[in-house]
Design a protein around this ligand. Structure first.
Ligand code: C5P
Length: 399
């Protein structure tokens, strides 16, 4: 079922300002959104903001004739495919938990028969209070889904759990509901990011990989129903919910982590930019500068994806090829040489896309086939690549 109609409930809290961005993202994704605000919420952000962003009048009153004429509260609850309350204050959560219905938002919660998603936002002490936790447990038992909260600094000056999840994360959570589960039952291992090869206690060799493509693959694979293990080099990206992550530093660490997990995997996607060489010896003390020139003695690392492809009972193995020239030729050569099932090649060092960018384009090759995916954001691209992998996997298991 495609869920298109979202009823967005906004309760009183400073995080209400983030709901404007949340609404903008939902509309951009093609959702039809109607907004309901508590009176306290209207003190933080004006309903006009949400009216302008949603294109519809905002509902604030339970017993208001004009609003009830436009769409009464029961009809509003019936209309929604999903009821998302973001931010949900401790007070709203308590009301939902106890079945109170003394304003429009809490009445809609009682009337709603669709899935309910709640993104709480409150001071960390209020979040940790036993009664709040009991309310959350109670609502969870009744089938309510919670998104967040996240930890960090709070508007009140405290630091801790209680910040509303970032709008992008909330949208991703809802998008997951709509994704067809084409990878259901599949276990996928993904490598991501760069590796760091230590020279001495303070220096290392690395590369410009941001890890964005690997993380996008992990996020999308989870949305498509796979059980995901992510082996990640050092990156500055947020952890992904419901994905098992191993953080590693060097190519040797990444190799060891992959080999520990590989036996049970159906698919491996090597999106990491693994160092090809590592210092032959690790200096225990900081290397002192001397002379105008110096030389580093480097040694080849083990090729992780090629090692996986050599296993007798190997998963469907997909590699990446980042190239600055002769893309097709280098990629096809790697496909053969590393004995891969598929290779996804992309240009790097161009004005747009590639390393550290949110955008990328891919040319994908497999035995007897190829496909191009145009420049788009990496999340979209990850979905396209995973869909192709699922298709190829099905095609190969039926021949
Ligand atoms: O040969 P090249 O490094 O260009 O190959 C890139 C592909 O091989 C990527 O999928 C990368 O993750 C993988 N690789 C690896 N282990 C290495 C080097 C590359 O898994 N040591």
């Amino acid at each position: 079922m495609i869920l298109k109609r979202i009823l967005l409930g906004i309760s009183g809290g400073i995080a209400a300002y983030k709901s404007a961005e949340l609404l903008r993202l939902l509309v951009k994704q093609g959702y039809d959104v109607r907004v309901v605000m508590t009176l306290a919420a209207t003190r933080f952000v004006t309903p006009l903001t949400f009216q302008a962003l949603s294109g519809y009048p905002v509902h604030t009153q339970l017993l208001d004739e004009s609003q009830e004429n436009a769409m009464g509260h029961i009809n509003l609850a019936r209309w929604a495919d999903v009821f998302l309350i973001a931010p949900a204050s401790a007070n709203s959560i308590a009301k939902f938990s106890h079945g109170l219905a003394n304003d429009l938002l809490s009445t809609l919660y009682l009337a709603a028969e669709c899935p309910v998603y709640i993104a709480p936002a409150m001071n960390q002490a209020m979040w940790h209070k036993a009664v709040t936790q009991e309310n959350i447990q109670h609502l969870t038992q009744h089938g309510v889904n919670f998104i967040g909260p996240e930890a960090g600094s709070q508007a009140c000056g405290d630091t801790g759990l209680g910040r509303m999840s970032e709008p992008e994360n909330i949208v991703q959570e809802l998008e997951a509901l709509n994704a067809p589960k084409i990878l259901h039952g599949k276990k996928i291992l993904i490598t991501a990011g760069p590796t760091r090869e230590a020279l001495d206690p303070v220096r290392y060799l690395t590369n410009r990989s941001s890890g964005k493509m690997g993380y996008a693959l992990a996020e999308q694979a989870r949305q498509l129903g796979a059980e995901v293990t992510l082996i990640s080099g050092p990156v500055h990206l947020a952890v992904i919910k419901n994905v098992k992550i191993h953080l590693v530093e060097s190519a040797a660490d990444m190799y060891a982590a992959v080999m520990r997990e590989i036996a049970t995997q159906d698919i491996m996607i090597a999106a990491a930019a693994v160092a090809d060489y590592t210092p032959a010896t690790l200096q225990v003390e900081k290397i002192k500068k001397q002379g105008e020139q110096t030389q580093l003695n480097l040694q080849r690392t083990t090729d992780i994806v090629a090692s996986v492809a050599r296993l007798s009972d190997r998963p469907y193995t997909v590699g990446f090829a980042a190239e600055t020239q002769d893309l097709a030729q280098y990629a096809q050569d790697k496909l053969q040489r590393k004995n891969l099932d598929m290779i996804a090649a992309n240009w790097v060092g161009q004005a747009e896309g590639g390393f550290d960018s949110d955008l990328n384009a891919l040319h994908v090759y497999w035995d007897n086939g190829e496909k191009s995916f145009k420049m788009t954001d990496k999340l979209q691209l990850a979905k396209q690549l995973l869909t192709l992998i699922a298709e190829r996997l099905n095609a190969e298991s039926t021949t």
